[in-house]
Design a protein around this ligand. Structure first.
Ligand code: FES
Length: 291
């Protein structure tokens, strides 16, 4: 068992429920699936869940209504959306309700597990805010002042969260939880709302990046063309895991859900350069270009 967190998956497509259950159960997660938001509300009235994955488009009661219900009745439950082709408005509604992350359909086991792990750590951190943590880096006062200046500059403007996050990421280099909390407080939003925006847009990062940032696509087209072998080779050569930076701070490694270049699968991007038709043998020569 990974831990005792309870996960509920809500989707009107039985195949999605079955895949989520089998992928998550195989990693030891405690997961249940339901085919409608109405049933999910009935179930959650009886028992709390720590994390809910929900589709947005469902007959009768849709995902947004379910998320609103969760926010009111079970505010401690984390929400991740499973989405096909949602409209910008629906995504905006979901982000405003403070989702943790999203899983695009169709998804690969790696993407589902990656999002689940991040959501679970987010929930754990939220549940134990007072527990002593590993030494965290303090931001210098001048940086904090600069962040506060940006917040006050945008505070009264509608739709200011994205520009504020972009400016703060330029100032700090990334968006650690304490910066997200500061921005949330300053803009009168919840930390969950800010976190949802940061997780949703791939140009935001919660971890420091190296001089060169490597992004590996784990989307379906890349996954079926064995992108994991490329990822493993990079991890091995650079001796880092996903989300880490090499000791010399030269490279950082991230995974993404689709780089929009599926025809070139499997795809890797270093900074702004795209490398298509990747295979593990190409990795050392490409990395040498950046050494
Ligand atoms: S799935 Fe990899 S680029 Fe689209």
């Amino acid at each position: 068992m990974v831990d005792d967190l309870k996960i509920l998956v809500v989707d009107d497509e039985p195949i999605i429920i079955r895949s989520c259950e089998s992928i998550l159960k195989s990693e030891g997660y405690n997961v249940q699936g339901l085919l409608s938001a109405k049933d999910a509300i009935l179930r959650m009235e009886q028992q709390p869940f720590d994390l809910v994955f929900t589709d947005l488009k469902m007959p009768e009661v849709d995902g947004i209504t379910l998320i609103r219900w969760i926010r009111q009745k079970r505010p401690d439950t984390g929400v991740v959306i499973i989405t096909g082709y949602p409209s910008q408005d629906t995504i905006k509604d979901a982000l405003e309700l403070g989702i943790i992350d999203y899983v695009p359909k169709p998804f690969t086991p790696t993407v589902l597990l990656d999002v689940t792990q991040r959501a679970v750590s987010w929930i754990r951190e939220k549940k134990a805010p007072l527990e002593p943590k590993e030494k965290k880096e303090e931001l210098p006062p001048s940086m904090l002042q600069e962040i506060d200046r940006v917040i006050s500059q945008y505070r009264s403007k509608p739709g200011s969260s994205i520009p504020v996050l972009q400016r703060c990421q330029q100032i700090v280099g990334y968006l650690p939880p304490e910066v997200q909390k500061r921005i949330a407080k300053g803009l009168n939003m919840t930390p969950a709302e800010i976190h949802g925006i940061v997780s949703f847009y791939s140009f935001f990062t919660m971890k420091p990046r190296g001089d060169h940032n490597i992004r590996i696509c784990l989307g379906t087209a890349c996954y079926v063309k064995r992108v994991e072998e490329v990822l493993n080779r990079i991890k091995e050569d650079l001796k880092i895991d996903v989300g880490e930076v090499t000791e010399d701070k030269k490279f950082s490694l991230e995974t993404v859900r689709c780089l929009g270049a599926c025809g070139l699968a499997p795809v890797m991007v270093i900074d702004e350069e795209t490398y298509g038709a990747m295979n593990p043998k190409k990795v050392p020569d490409i990395l040498k270009e950046y050494a």
